[in-house]
Design a protein around this ligand. Structure first.
Ligand code: ADP
Length: 382
């Protein structure tokens, strides 16, 4: 299948700021691509340019063969209404119209408003009973789902979503993720901006922006998110070994490690994944959920490579380090099932069980990791 989205040498300047600086990217039909990168790296700008909401300073965007640079404002509006579904937090719904009417306005811009279809779109996101409410009467998560219904009502070829799970509670996040998975299964093309590595991993491909440029696949591996993952995993292993709390013991070597580690620890604390206690840092429930998933993926990959592919230990290590960052929940559970839900890795360390495992026991209330993640109990605490 050909590329639905073709981005070539795209640049966007705001005065002296180069928000995008020569980005080229193809997205195939039916592909789900996550756009990741730190705040201010140009992710939203890229989505806005692909949606034709803003014009680039230079370079081009083609969607389904149409060069957006050649369209006048009216044709651009028509392009958006017919081809693209936008899930952008800053696109609020019209406050004095009901949720149903808001969805119908989007439909009207495309063709004719049809209350039955609009209701079906709301039903799909679990909001059928909220159709008659005003946006202000919905929770944040419900509003986000209403925006997805609005984006879906015209059956767009391309769904552009900017942090669709940002600021959502666990239940709403899981609903949105389930919806995205359904849409992918239907063959929709999804381009999704996220800073959450677990959401990013759900995509078939991740691209990383840094200072307005796309990192090469190699450079992208050493992203800040993955460095944060290493730290979470390291704290988990310290817990498992009964090590005293402190700065994690096994943080990998990297240039400028000390400053980078401090910055990442502060960021993780800010996101509620770890907290600084008396003796040092400790994992909070959310961080433990993410670390558990990483350790599970790493140890399952070790077992798979060493015992089934018979690679040597160095190759096993390298592959496992890579796999822990890229395996999706489905693939992780498939590997676990293929290996018959092993309890320990080749080094004899416990493999946290996931929801596919007969021995899986959910964490007590409040400790449950987010459902989309491969999960299991912290053996050090059980
Ligand atoms: P991200 O989505 O990765 O956080 P953005 O695409 O929002 O990044 O922003 C990239 C850079 O461009 C930032 O430095 C931001 O301040 C700047 N920028 C984005 N939009 C505008 C705008 N409308 N006017 C001026 N600067 C902007």
């Amino acid at each position: 299948m050909g590329a639905l989205v073709e981005v070539r040498d795209l640049a966007k300047r705001y005065g002296a700021v180069a928000a995008l600086d020569g980005v080229s990217l193809d997205v195939s039909e039916g592909e789900w691509v996550s756009v990741m990168g730190p705040s201010g790296s140009g992710k939203s700008t890229l989505l806005h340019l692909i949606a034709g909401l803003e014009a680039p300073t230079s370079g081009s965007v083609r969607v389904a063969g149409t060069d957006l640079g050649g369209l006048d404002p009216e044709a651009l509006a028509e392009f958006r209404a017919s081809r693209v579904g936008l899930v952008f937090q800053r696109f609020h719904m019209i406050p004095y119209l009901t949720v149903l009417e808001n969805v119908m306005v989007a439909q009207y811009l495309h063709s004719a408003a049809d209350a039955r279809e609009a209701r079906a779109a709301l039903d799909r996101v679990g909001l059928a009973d909220r159709a008659g409410h005003l946006p202000s009467e919905l929770s944040g998560g419900e509003r986000q789902r209403a925006c997805i219904a609005r984006a879906l009502v015209n059956h767009p070829a391309l769904l552009l979503a900017d942090e669709p799970t940002g600021n959502l509670d666990e239940e709403n996040e899981n609903r949105v993720v389930d919806l995205l998975r359904e849409l992918r299964a239907e063959g929709r093309t999804i381009l999704l901006v996220t800073h959450d590595p677990d959401i990013g991993r759900l995509a078939g491909r991740r691209v990383v922006l840094s200072h307005g440029r796309l990192l090469s696949a190699h450079a992208a591996r050493e992203t800040d998110e993955e460095y944060a993952d290493e730290i979470l995993e390291s704290l988990w292993k310290d817990d498992e070994a009964g090590a005293p709390r402190g700065v994690p013991a096994h943080v990998p070597d990297a240039p400028g490690t000390l400053a980078r580690t401090r910055g990442t620890l502060d960021q993780l604390a800010h996101e509620g994944l770890i907290e600084r206690g008396e003796g040092g840092f400790r994992l909070l429930a959310k961080g433990r959920g993410r670390a558990r998933g990483l350790v599970r993926r790493h140890r399952l990959a070790e077992k798979l490579f060493l015992e089934n592919f018979h690679v040597d230990r160095d190759a096993m290590q390298a592959s496992a380090c890579e796999m822990e960052h890229i395996l999706s929940p489905e693939v992780t559970d498939s590997i676990c099932t293929f290996l018959r839900h092993p309890e320990s890795c080749p080094h004899g360390k416990p493999i946290p069980p996931g929801r596919c495992c007969p021995r899986y026991v959910p964490e007590p209330a409040g400790e449950e990791p987010r459902g989309l993640r491969p999960s299991g109990r912290n053996p050090a605490r059980s």
